[in-house]
Write a new protein. Sequence first.
Length: 256
Amino acid sequence: MRDPSAVLRQAAVDLDRPGRRAGPRRPPGGIRRAGRPRELWAPLLLITAAVVYNDWVLEFVLPTGLDARHSYVSELYAADQPFHAFFGGIEIVAAVLVVAGALLARRAVPGRLAAAGWWSLVAFGASSVADVIVPMRCAPSVESPCEAVNPWHTTTSALVHAALFASMALLVAAAATGGSPRPLLRRWGPWVLGSALLTALATVGPLFGRPGWHGMTQRAHLLLVGVWFVLLAAVLRAAARRVRPPDEAEPARASP
């Protein structure tokens, strides 16, 4: 039987050999392989929301009975429509994705303006849920007795737009006064904001007794909202790449 002390001495010699390191190896540069949840999930949630929020494209494969050129998207989940529950459920899923993404992202871009912008996006999601809870009673584009102005639904829709444009304006303003992580938002944010505002204004014809072609502009507006979510996701990814995770504890260096 070998002397236990000899075994310990041999182990010590092996540990001191060049090229041998105690403990697990770290990636080069001390960067962790796993990203932080906020960096990974917030952009993914917003990109998914951009796709889900444009669920109106499904009307081209489903027998909704509505003309996309002259109908509001909210008519898809009007109370008397055959796909009321289906489209209403998708709208709620989109709202939850936006709220979750905004809550995760609100600390990624510093500043009070940016924080107010993310909270406005949370309000947008909450108002979108309310928009589904109090839907249009019928579809005015195909039912002539149906009123285009439903007091409760019109109110919730107004809140959706107010929160959306508040988030856009605040985050664009924050980008204009901020630093390097937001060049995309500084460059493209004002264009998306202006275009989304113009297309939203072009949808109010039926509210003043002048229906027609408002469906096209509203769907263009929803596409621009999706572009806004993708732009925010790109900004968050760019900010995450500029933030270097803290290194693990450095191994003790041998004395010279």
